[in-house]
Design a protein around this ligand. Structure first.
Ligand SMILES: [Zn+2]
Length: 131
């Protein structure tokens, strides 16, 4: 199998860029509304969609706020800058260094699947079997 060179970005950064895209999309849609003001229903549709997009991005920004509070602040071992991580595995915001809070996963290849509920259940089951 070919060696995979995947770049993981921090989850908070991902959500942040998603919210930014939403805002731009909303503004573009409203701009489209201004351009199509001759056609009443089209203008209305563009405006309503634009407002929905901007409101959605506000919700996403609020969500990031609560997520950041829950995130664990750590110092990245690679670039020594402070970063925050969500879940069991995440990437550094600055250097994209994969990070884990779980000692069991140390040294393992970074994989988003370690954050899924299914993996957590399986790991818990394995632990209880060993005892
Ligand atoms: Zn780093």
């Amino acid at each position: 199998m070919a060696e995979q060179q995947l770049v993981y970005s921090s989850k908070i950064n991902k959500i942040r860029s998603f919210a930014l895209i939403l805002i731009f999309a909303g503004i573009l849609l409203m701009y489209g509304g201004i351009l199509s003001k001759k056609i009443g229903w089209l203008m209305l549709t563009f405006f309503i969609l634009g407002v929905i997009f901007v409101l959605l991005s506000c919700v996403v920004y609020l969500w990031i706020g609560t997520l950041s509070m829950k995130a664990v602040p750590i110092i990245c071992p690679n670039c020594e800058k402070p970063t925050k991580m969500l879940g069991r595995v995440d990437a550094c915001m600055h250097c994209k260094q994969p990070l884990t809070l779980d000692k069991d996963l140390e040294g393992k290849e970074f994989d988003e699947k370690y954050n899924t509920r299914r993996y957590k259940r399986e790991a818990a089951k394995k632990n209880s079997d060993e005892k």
